[in-house]
Design a protein around this ligand. Structure first.
Ligand code: SF4
Ligand code: SF4
Length: 63
């Protein structure tokens, strides 16, 4: 199962939203000022979100 975590202390939310823009599976979406993680089963483990995050705030784990 894929586990996605966002370090909220590091995340810039709506001021950034780079991960939302690049996620091809719409797992990361913007709701108000916050990044929301939804439908993690659709995550393709591409890690584009991890690569694009300027603050290394996203962690993708697959166990
Ligand atoms: S790319 Fe990183 S800092 Fe930017 S919104 Fe996503 S998790 Fe937050
Ligand atoms: S690893 Fe890929 S599919 Fe999964 S949340 Fe990140 S950008 Fe979206």
């Amino acid at each position: 199962m894929v586990k996605i975590t966002i370090n909220r202390d590091e995340c810039e939310g709506a001021d950034c939203a780079e991960c939302v823009d690049v996620c091809p599976m719409e797992v990361l979406i913007l709701e108000g000022d916050e990044i929301v993680i939804q439908n993690t089963e659709n995550c393709s483990l591409c890690e584009v979100c991890v690569d694009v995050c300027p603050n290394q705030a996203i962690k993708i784990e697959d166990d």
